[in-house]
Each structure stands twice: as structure tokens, then as C-alpha cells.
Design a protein around this ligand. Structure first.
Ligand SMILES: *[C@@H]1O[C@H](CO)[C@@H](O)[C@H](O)[C@H]1NC(C)=O
Ligand SMILES: *[C@@H]1O[C@H](CO)[C@@H](O)[C@H](O)[C@H]1NC(C)=O
Ligand SMILES: *[C@@H]1O[C@H](CO)[C@@H](O)[C@H](O)[C@H]1NC(C)=O
Length: 312
């Protein structure tokens, strides 16, 4: 019971961290070949009163994080058993640390999180970075950007619980590898979040991935001629973030006025500079709150254990 209350305490601190927050920066996503040596994931933050640095791994979209290791700048780092052989944690300063993968294997594909805390107790908050997604390419799989189509709503669509007539547009991005994508929607160039639901994670289809995203809009909006509904998919290929978009036009009485014929969409692809960061991380946002929640519980329990081990 006490543990539960204490956990709530920590969560409360985490979710109200506007009061005092540590900004943690991590390397952006990485895509490497199997056998690549010394892959580095950097972590830095801005508050020297948080000298303890933790690293966690999240695999296969699991809601929980696995502790890799932790330590102070000046002390040797503590590793969880199964990670000791695979990687090194180095500390450049109180505010900086690096996770180094000795020899990349497919099993290292995961999202890596760095966290900072004041000291090893159960009552102090830990602040987390947004995570660095690492993909170790599977042999024989070719890095490929998605093809994107937007399917207009079906003519028959049921009224929702509030008796409002809605229309659902579906965006399908397919044929991409690896799964470093995020999907967003715009209506007439304005970003929309409300009514958007995207698959998570992307679905594996043979040696490629596919992801769908749905946008529900008021029927009225869909029937307004000239409204442009655009689905924009970002894809990170290891060097650059590539955006591919497709669009459909709303039409009076459901007639798609352009482009013709109905349901055929335009696909555009363009590249952003190689310094674009972060976009692939958007896709984890939805799970992160839950991830952090579970982590804090795991962290408490895990730490309790590490602590006990250190003492004997
Ligand atoms: C990790 O640390 C060990 C011991 O400090 C060292 O021998 C090894 O070369 C390091 N590996 C990497 C990839 O830096
Ligand atoms: C897609 O998103 C990127 C990044 O936000 C933006 O630069 C680009 O203009 C968008 N494309 C469309 C067609 O909305
Ligand atoms: C990324 O850049 C490297 C080095 O320039 C190049 O060999 C590789 O083919 C590029 N990868 C992609 C997917 O463009």
C-alpha cells in the first residue's frame, strides 16, 4: 500500500514537472547495419543537481522499460546482468553521458531512454528523455520509403453516439522499411489532431511495413467542395527524413471533384535536410505516458533490488 502511495507521489511530481523540470536531450533516431561497432547514443541535460544517469531499453513497443544500467559521473556504472557484455555506459560530465553498443545485433533494435535523478532513493523524481529509436537493419531488407494513399469515406457511414454524421478518411502508408514513420493530417493546410487515430505500431507485411491512420471529420466538412484533406507521412531512412503526402478533395454530395477518378490520390515526396530531428519519435508519444508510469513502478522496484545488491 505504501509503495502504491509513494508511486503516486512520484508520478505526481513527474506530471507537474513544470514546477521544476530537467530538459533531457537524446540523440535522434539511428539506423545501422548489423555488426556496426561502437554505436553511440548521447544524452545530456541542464541540471547538475541531477547527477545520476539511468539508461532503459524498450523493445517491441512493450509498455514497460527495462533497466540497462545507471551511475554517477565519478563512480563505476552499474549494469543489469544481461547488458554488461553488450554495451558500455560512459560519462563525459555530470550533465552528459553516452550509451555505447559494442557490436550491433538485430536484438539491439529498440528505443533507448535516458533518465536523470538526484540520488538512488525511491522518493526522488526521475526525468526522462524522449528516447532514441535504434534499428539494426535485418540482412536482406532494403531501406524503402512509403507509398501513401488516402481513401475517401465510404458513402454509408453510421451516425455516432451523439447522432452526428461523421465521415472517416483513411490514409494507408505501405512498402516502407524500417518502421521509422509518423503520420499527420492537415485540412486545407491546417494541422489537425482531433479525430485522428493512427495504428501503433506499424504492421509488418513480409519484409516491409504498413501503417494506417484514420481522420474522422464532420460530414458537413467533407461535403464542402474544395476542402483538401492531406495525409503527411514522415519516414527516416537513416540519413534524412522524407515526407510523402497524399490528398483528397471534399465534394458536394460526396462527389470527389479532384483529382479524378474518385479515390486516386496524388503522392508527393520530398527531402528535408539531414539535420531534421525528432520526427520519428512522434510515433511513440501516445505510449510514453503509460511507459513512464510503468517505468516509475519498475524503477522503484528495480532500484530497490539494485540497492540491496550493492549493499551486500
Ligand atoms: C567497454 O568497456 C570495457 C571495459 O571498460 C572495454 O574493454 C571495452 O573496450 C568497451 N567497449 C566499447 C565498445 O567501448
Ligand atoms: C509534411 O510535414 C512536414 C514537416 O512538418 C512539412 O514540412 C510539409 O510541408 C508537410 N507536407 C504537407 C503536404 O503538408
Ligand atoms: C546514407 O548515407 C550513406 C553515406 O553517404 C550512404 O552510403 C547510404 O546509402 C545512405 N542511405 C540511404 C538510405 O540513403
Amino acid at each position: 500500500m505504501c509503495q502504491f502511495i509513494c508511486s503516486l507521489g512520484i508520478i505526481f511530481v513527474c506530471f507537474t514537472h513544470e514546477v521544476q523540470s530537467v530538459i533531457i536531450k537524446q540523440s535522434s533516431a539511428k539506423i545501422v547495419r548489423k555488426g556496426a561497432k561502437g554505436i553511440q547514443i548521447d544524452c545530456s541535460h541542464d541540471d547538475s543537481s541531477y547527477p545520476l544517469m539511468y539508461w532503459y531499453q524498450r523493445k517491441d513497443e512493450s509498455p514497460s522499460l527495462t533497466l540497462i544500467g545507471f551511475g554517477y559521473e565519478s563512480s563505476t556504472q552499474n549494469y543489469e546482468d544481461r547488458f554488461e557484455e553488450r554495451l558500455n555506459i560512459t560519462r563525459e560530465s555530470v550533465l552528459q553521458g553516452t550509451l555505447v553498443l559494442t557490436d550491433a545485433a538485430e536484438s539491439d533494435s529498440a528505443v533507448y531512454f535516458c533518465a536523470a535523478s538526484t540520488h538512488v532513493t525511491n522518493s526522488e523524481p526521475a526525468f526522462f528523455g524522449k528516447g532514441t529509436k535504434l534499428t539494426v537493419l535485418e540482412p536482406g531488407c532494403i531501406v524503402s520509403p512509403p507509398t501513401v494513399v488516402v481513401l475517401p469515406p465510404s458513402e454509408k457511414e453510421c451516425r455516432d453516439r451523439k447522432e452526428q454524421l461523421k465521415k472517416t478518411l483513411v490514409c494507408v502508408a505501405s512498402g516502407f522499411y524500417p518502421d521509422h514513420v509518423s503520420v499527420s493530417w492537415t485540412v486545407n493546410g491546417q494541422s489537425v489532431i482531433k479525430g485522428v487515430a493512427s495504428d501503433h505500431p506499424a504492421l509488418r507485411v513480409d519484409d516491409k511495413y504498413q501503417i494506417t491512420s484514420r481522420l474522422r471529420v464532420e460530414a458537413r466538412k467533407w461535403y464542402t467542395g474544395g476542402n483538401i484533406f492531406t495525409c503527411n507521412v514522415s519516414f527516416f531512412n537513416g540519413n534524412d527524413t522524407i515526407y510523402t503526402s497524399a490528398e483528397v478533395y471534399g465534394g458536394v454530395d460526396g462527389t470527389v471533384q479532384h483529382p479524378e477518378p474518385l479515390g486516386v490520390t496524388e503522392t508527393q515526396t520530398w527531402f528535408m535536410g539531414s539535420t531534421v530531428q525528432g520526427a520519428p519519435l512522434n510515433m511513440i508519444d501516445r505510449n510514453i505516458v503509460y511507459g513512464v508510469f510503468v517505468t516509475i513502478l519498475a524503477w522503484k522496484l528495480g532500484l530497490g533490488r539494485s540497492h540491496a545488491t550493492a549493499k551486500k
